[in-house]
Each structure stands twice: as structure tokens, then as C-alpha cells.
Design a protein around this ligand. Structure first.
Ligand code: MSP
Length: 537
């Protein structure tokens, strides 16, 4: 959990969040997908030189967790503690996630503030007492409308099913407290209108706008049939609805109600990353809660698509049977981080396959990138005794590489840093890698090396120096995505003594040419992307 890069003080942090995940089970590929995306986005902004705050955490209250704990014969708190410490935090560490904080909704720093927030809404007349009866899905922790339910078949014949979980809903009737959500429809629509980038992608935005246009109902914000939650401050027979509790993590984790300076320096989030299944909670309920409390709204709600299996959203009950750890064991952590962002257009659904991962790993990571790095280091070793030569014969071919790099930096920065188009941004860097490979094929340094004239040696030096500079930039640009291999490359290029730590290299400066110091020691370090082992049967 180490924040990387230097931080500016004074300005508001670029604040990125993941959803806080339910701890009814260990994390799977789908959870890791969102968390890696958030990590890459935050690392990218840190390398722009911005102050960044990256938050993730766990959602620990509600009926779903309570029932899982009961089924496992432990208290809900014990269950959560176990899962957080043994499964969630270790996975994020394993995947090199550099989150700045990890919030758990059972922590007192959260629960106390949730009570204050809800009390404040109550005092402002935003909450009233009423009753509700309707179909409830425990998997979603949400009341459903009758219209969206599916008819059960087979084991579930005659029952109504949740369209997401495909499990029977339960009819609930409760005396609850309600938040006057219905009053916020027009204001929300106004906000969407005035801020076209508020909900991404476009398809997600349209879905939310249509939903709100149909008119919002007031929201039941308390439950009285079970007690695993934060107690309603003025009525302790009720616990606060798990979604209200959960959404508030984005405020409580950054000093809401305790540290005003920190709160103002961080809140609101610039990007809330969410799966599209929980878009409405973030794009409708959350902004309405903030409006009701006079707090500023987030910059953008960015919905990622689903990792699919057999045509369905990957979930606890519908898994590939493959854990993130099994993939990292085979492909390595860096390749894992890279693959899902590279292969799936962010915002759209995508499927995982061993074949596709293997093919991309072999062609792009091992052949195009890894080989380039090892060939260049080997040639500098062979022809220059490992001392980085100077480019004294820079010509048109080299100009083309510089121009290619400038384009790659600008495109990657726009795509990743602004548009959250990770795939497009990574592709821009790999286009550049292809260009550098093409340059070496054309320039044939291994042939030029045989020309022992001054001119020949100057060309050889220039070609290898150019390739090394190009690799220096690749290490910088790929560091947010693949920190481990980028560090290896940084070390192999002997860059650190002169340029400083990799995490402190700035994206906007990556295209500045000739940054490496002539004479620095280039070593043929560890292979960046080794050949893959045979898949296990
Ligand atoms: N606890 C709520 C979120 C509260 S946020 C204030 C919740 N938790 S969850 O454990 O179900 O995780 C939801 C998030 O995990 C999704 O929104 C998404 O970001 C990620 N994913 C879970 N399954 C996924 C896929 N199959 N594919 C992509 N992302 C997935 O909902």
C-alpha cells in the first residue's frame, strides 16, 4: 500500500475510487479488473506530477454478509476480519495495487460519520417514516420493481427471479425511513445535462438519463428485520440501508466530519470507478444524497463493463473457476495487470480466454517488447562494453523515432489520463514499440557493427542510443500498467543514477529526447517477459 511518486501540496488531490467490495467471499477476476484499472489511472496521474488519492475498501454490512457469516458459523465481524486480512488485502498487495487507503465500513471512523450524515439529512427534513412492501434481492441488497423480475424455471419454477442474480427475490414488508429521492429527479437531470462527461460511457449515461426521466421513487434507507449495520441515530430499532452506508465511504475515508482541511483537499472524487451493475447507485442516489447535504458532486462516474463467462456476468456463483492468483502464477503480475486493460475496451463487456492471453503475451509482451529490451542491452554490451554511447549521427530515421514517441506520449496521455481508454493508450505505446523494432530491422546494427570506420561506429552508436532512449520512454509510459518490468528495464538501462527513481519520471516529459546519460552502465538484466510455462492440465 505504498503511494508512489512525489506529491504536490496545496492543490486538491486527483481522487480515484473503486467500489467497496462485499466480503461475502474472496475477490475474483471481476473485482480485480476494476481495482487494477483504478490503480493504473492513479499511477498515471501521479506520474503526471499530480497529487493523487486512490481509495479502495470493503462493504461489510447488510443481509448478504450476515447470512454468509451465519452459514459459516461465525459472527459477521469475524467473517469480515478474516476475509479482509486473508483474501482481500493480500490480493491487492500481490497485484501491486498502490492504494492510499483501505476503508472498511465496520470501522468506527466510518460508522460514526455515517450516523452524523444521516442525522443531518433527518434534521434537514430529507427523511420521513413510511412503509414499504416489495420484492427484495439480497444479492443486490435492493428492492426490485415487479416489471424487471424474471419468471423462474426448473428449481425456481413459479418464483420470480432477480434479473442480475437469477435467484428468487423475497417479498419484504417493513416500516422504514425514506429519503426524499423523488424530489431530486429534475436537479439530477439538470446536472447530467450541464456535465455531459458526468457518466461514462455514453451508453451508461443514456441508461441513467432514461431511468431518471421516468421519475424517481423515494428510497427506503433503513431496515428493521435484521441488525447487522449502522444503527439509525434517532431510532435504534433500525439499521441504515447498506447502500447509504456504503456510498458514504467516499466521504468518510477522506476526513468528512473530522478533518475539514483534508476533506476539502480531496473530496469530491474525480473518478468513481464502478461496474455497470452499480451505476444507478452512484449516478442517481449518491449525487442526490450529496445535493441533499449541500456537498459537491463527483467529477465523473465511469462504468466498466463486465468480465463475462458463458455469456453471463462473472460473479461468485458464476466463475470461470480461475482465480487471479492462478493467472499471475502463469503469466506474472505485470502481464495480468496489462492483459485485461489491453484486451477489453473499457466500458464494454469482455471475456477472458487462455488462448487470447497467451497469444497477446507472446506477440506483444515477449516478442515485441521484451525482446527489444534484451536485444538492445545485449548489443550495447557487445559493441560498447555496456557503456551507453552517444548519438553523434542523428538523422532522418532517428527523427522519425522521436516523432513517433511524441505521438505515443500525447495519445497515451489523452487516452489513459483523460478518457479512461486504457486499451487505446496502451496500444499507442505498443505501436511505438513496433516502430522501434522496425527501425532496428531497417538499420541492422549487427551489420553496421562490422564497419569499423569512424562513420560506421558513429552510426552504430546512434542506432543503439536511439533504441535505448526509446526504451527509456517505454519504461516511463508503461510503469503505471506494469511497474515490475518497467523497474527492471529502468535498472537495465542504468537510468536511475542520473534520472532518479522511475516513479518520479513525468509522463509529459517522456518524449524529451536524450535524457539518459552517455556512459551510463547498461546491463542485460532479467528477461522482462519469460517464455510461458506449459499450461497445467
Ligand atoms: N458493495 C457494493 C459496492 C458498494 S460501492 C459504494 C458491491 N460490491 S461487489 O462486491 O458486488 O462488487 C461490485 C464491483 O466489482 C462491480 O461494480 C465491479 O466494479 C466489480 N465487478 C464484480 N464483478 C465483475 C465482473 N464480472 N466484471 C467486471 N467487474 C466486476 O456491489
Amino acid at each position: 500500500m505504498a503511494a508512489t511518486g512525489s506529491e504536490q501540496t496545496g492543490s486538491k488531490a486527483f481522487y480515484v475510487s473503486t467500489p467497496i467490495y462485499y466480503v461475502n467471499d474472496a475477490p475474483h477476476l471481476g473485482h480485480a479488473y476494476t481495482t487494477v484499472a483504478g490503480d493504473v489511472l492513479s499511477r498515471w496521474h501521479r506520474q503526471r506530477g499530480e497529487k493523487v488519492w486512490y481509495l479502495t475498501g470493503t462493504d461489510e454490512h447488510g443481509q448478504k454478509i450476515m447470512r454468509t457469516a451465519e452459514a459459516n458459523g461465525v459472527s459477521p465481524q469475524e467473517w469480515c476480519d478474516r476475509l479482509v486480512e486473508e483474501a482481500w488485502k493480500p490480493l491487492w498487495e500481490h497485484l501491486d495495487i498502490a492504494n492510499d487507503d483501505f476503508i472498511r465500513t465496520t470501522e468506527q471512523r466510518h460508522t460514526d460519520r455515517v450516523r452524523e450524515f444521516v442525522q443531518d439529512l433527518y434534521d434537514r427534513g430529507e427523511i420521513y417514516q413510511g412503509g414499504y412492501e416489495g420484492p427484495y434481492c439480497v444479492g443486490c441488497e435492493e428492492y426490485k420493481t415487479t416489471g424487471e423480475l424474471l419468471d423462474g424455471e426448473g428449481d425456481f419454477a413459479g418464483q420470480k427471479l432477480c434479473p442480475i442474480h437469477k435467484k428468487p427475490v423475497e417479498m419484504l414488508k417493513e416500516e422504514n425511513y425514506f429519503f426524499k429521492l423523488s424530489e431530486y429527479g429534475p436537479k439530477l437531470l439538470e446536472h447530467y445535462e450541464a456535465n455531459p462527461g458526468f457518466i461514462q460511457p455514453e451508453s451508461a449515461r443514456n441508461e441513467v438519463v432514461n431511468f431518471v426521466r421516468q421519475g424517481l421513487e423515494d428510497l427506503s434507507i433503513s431496515r428493521s428485520t435484521f441488525d447487522w449495520g449502522v444503527k439509525v441515530p434517532w431510532d435504534d430499532k433500525h439499521v441504515i440501508y447498506v447502500w447509504i452506508d456504503a456510498l458514504l465511504n467516499y466521504a468518510t475515508a477522506v476526513g468528512y466530519g473530522t478533518d475539514q482541511a483534508r476533506f476539502e483537499g480531496t473530496f469530491p472524487a474525480d473518478v468513481h470507478l464502478v461496474g455497470k451493475d452499480i451505476l444507478r447507485f452512484h449516478a442517481v442516489i449518491w449525487p442526490a444524497m450529496l445535493m441533499a447535504n449541500g456537498l459537491p458532486l463527483p467529477g465523473r462516474i465511469a462504468a466498466n463493463g463486465w468480465l463475462m463467462v458463458g455469456g453471463e456476468k462473472m460473479s461468485k456463483s458464476n466463475l470461470t473457476g480461475i482465480s487471479p492468483q492462478q493467472l499471475t502464477e502463469h503469466f506474472g503480475v505485470d502481464a495480468y495487470r496489462w492483459y485485461f486493460l489491453r484486451a477489453i475496451a473499457f466500458g464494454q463487456d469482455g471475456s477472458f480466454s487462455w488462448e487470447d492471453f497467451t497469444a497477446r503475451y507472446t506477440s506483444e509482451l515477449a516478442n515485441d517488447y521484451g525482446n527489444l529490451a534484451s536485444r538492445v542491452a545485449a548489443m550495447i554490451g557487445k559493441y560498447f562494453g555496456g557503456e551507453l554511447p552517444e548519438a553523434t549521427a542523428h538523422g532522418e530515421a532517428e527523427d522519425a523515432i522521436v516523432a513517433g514517441l511524441e505521438k505515443a506520449v500525447a495519445t497515451a496521455d489523452e487516452r489513459i489520463g483523460e478518457e479512461l481508454d486504457f486499451s487505446g493508450g496502451i496500444a499507442a505505446v505498443f505501436e511505438f514499440i513496433k516502430q522501434v523494432n522496425g527501425y532496428l530491422t531497417e538499420q541492422e546494427p549487427w551489420k553496421v557493427a562490422k564497419d569499423k570506420s569512424d562513420e560506421g561506429q558513429a552510426r552504430l552508436a546512434t542506432i543503439l542510443r536511439t533504441a535505448a532512449e526509446a526504451l527509456r520512454a517505454c519504461a516511463v509510459l508503461l510503469n503505471p500498467v506494469m511497474p515490475e518490468s518497467s523497474q527492471k528495464l529502468w535498472e537495465s538501462l542504468g537510468a536511475e543514477p542520473h534520472l532518479g527513481p522511475l516513479a518520479e519520471q513525468r509522463v509529459p516529459d517522456a518524449a524529451k529526447w536524450n535524457q539518459l546519460a552517455t556512459g551510463s552502465t547498461v546491463t542485460k538484466g532479467a528477461v522482462l517477459f519469460p517464455r510461458l510455462p506449459e499450461p497445467k492440465e
